[in-house]
Design a protein around this ligand. Structure first.
Ligand code: PLP
Length: 439
């Protein structure tokens, strides 16, 4: 017999299907309705508790319902919700000062947006205007957002339904190294091969190229990356041509990778990027993104250019409280320590599983690539089964990857050791259950 909450859920799901696009709420056969969270846990409308190993969608950077963020947002909401970029905002200035200083970009200017997509759009607008060219370089398997421009440069075809981009994009190797023609190369050989690919592409380019945009670790692409230093090797080539380097830190920023505050810092031998984009975690769930660029690049726009809601008092107040908490509690250090332990636990789980091809990543950005039992064939079916089995065990995780067969693990950066152990154990059981089902 259906329970009252069960039929309320079914009714909501039917209404969702009737009015929202088919491509939303696709993770579970029976989508979850989350109602509240605390720390690293969330609860659904039926009272089930889950350990959130996906941090929202890498948005809950510090913790769910962090009191400091709630207090800052509530206080601001009681004063004024919005003023616009026509006026000065104390917290926007303070947040920009801190981000500019953290960015590592000299003479930096910060522009706030409402999303990662809008941040990347702005970065592309700046680079193409500054360089007077609509040609850009992007990595194969990349994802940069869902506007017409950012979809147009996204290299992961599963996320790029249109090829009618206003930009001309050249795709360079560099993100995926476990499969494809460059698999099994050493770090140095891989780097050389990618640099040769870049030089080859530049030889084919039609005049000036504006920029290379790259995620230091590909997020939607399944938490894959080239070796440390690869983007520095690219930058040496780009510098010879005056091409700008845009680092998309939407997933990798704020210490998520543990070893570095930004993903680009694993590639800092040739100096900082020209443009950095951020979003997701900075607002702890509030709609906040932004672009950091050298002043001469940021100020190259000759026209007015505003974002009505970018840098609004409410999001900057929340983001400032969130960033302050992150820095005061050294959550980057926590990501390194607890992430290291979680990685070790996942490696042990993988060693016992017949469907794990690889565990990868660093800090609290860990990927698990799945294959059909006893083969090397990517298995998106395994990823779907593991997600369902993990959910039954009170664990939420993400998925993605070039072949849709990677699990993505990115909990809030305040994850504790006990929670890491709990999540790894649940994932081990979920992998075993999925493998049994696959036969
Ligand atoms: N860039 C990267 C690396 C992302 O992972 C995403 C979103 O997943 C975006 C850009 C787009 O951000 P948003 O969804 O906030 O527009």
């Amino acid at each position: 017999m259906a329970t009252a909450t069960g039929s309320a859920h079914a009714a909501l799901h039917a209404r969702h299907q009737a009015v929202l696009p088919d491509w939303l709420a696709t993770y579970y056969a029976r989508p979850i309705e989350l109602t509240h969270g605390a720390g690293r846990y969330v609860w659904d409308a039926e009272g089930n508790r889950y350990l959130d190993f996906f941090g929202g969608i890498l948005t809950t950077m510090t913790a769910h319902a962090l009191p400091e963020v709630t207090a800052a947002v509530t206080e601001q909401a009681g004063r004024i919700l919005h003023t616009s970029t026509l006026y000065l905002s104390r917290q926007a200035v303070e947040l920009a000062e801190r981000i500019a200083q953290l960015s590592g970009i000299p003479d930096a200017r910060v522009f706030f947006t409402t999303s990662g997509t809008e941040a990347n759009d702005t970065a592309l607008l700046l680079a193409t205007t500054y360089r007077r060219s609509n040609q850009v370089l992007a990595l194969r398997n990349s994802y940069h957002g869902r506007s017409f421009t950012s979809i147009g440069i996204t290299g992961n075809s599963a996320w790029s339904p249109t090829s009618l981009s206003p930009l001309q994009t050249l795709y360079v190797h560099g993100g995926v190294r476990t499969r494809g023609p460059y698999a099994h190369l050493t770090d140095a050989e891989f780097t050389d091969a990618c640099v040769a690919d870049l030089e080859d592409l530049l030889g084919q380019a039609n005049g000036t190229v504006a920029a290379l945009i790259a995620e230091p670790v590909q997020g939607v692409g399944g938490f894959t990356s080239g070796p440390d230093g690869l983007l520095a090797a690219f930058k040496r080539v780009l510098d010879r041509h005056g091409i700008l380097w845009i680092t998309d830190e939407v997933q990798t920023g704020w210490g998520r990778t543990g070893d570095h505050f930004w993903g680009w810092q694993a590639h800092d031998q040739a100096g900082p990027p020209d443009i950095l984009t951020f979003a997701k975690g900075i607002g702890n769930g509030l709609s906040m993104g932004g672009v950091v660029a050298r002043a001469e690049v940021m100020n190259c726009l000759g026209a007015n250019s505003i974002s009505t809601f970018g840098g609004s008092p409410i999001t900057t107040a929340g983001a400032l409280a969130n960033l302050t908490y992150l820095l005061d509690h050294d959550l980057q250090g926590n990501a390194r320590r607890v992430g290291g332990l979680l990685r070790a636990r996942l490696d042990a789980v993988a060693a016992r599983s017949g469907i794990v091809r690889e565990v990868r990543g660093r800090g609290l950005m860990l990927g698990v690539e799945l294959v059909e039992p006893g083969t090397d064939t990517p298995s998106p079916a395994a990823a779907a089964l593991v997600l369902e089995a993990a959910r039954e065990r009170g664990l939420l995780i993400g998925k993605g990857g070039r072949d849709g067969n990677a699990l993505r693990i990115a909990p809030p950066l305040s994850l504790t050791v006990t929670e890491a152990e709990e999540g790894a154990a649940a994932l081990g059981e979920a992998l075993a259950a999925a493998q049994a089902e696959l036969g």
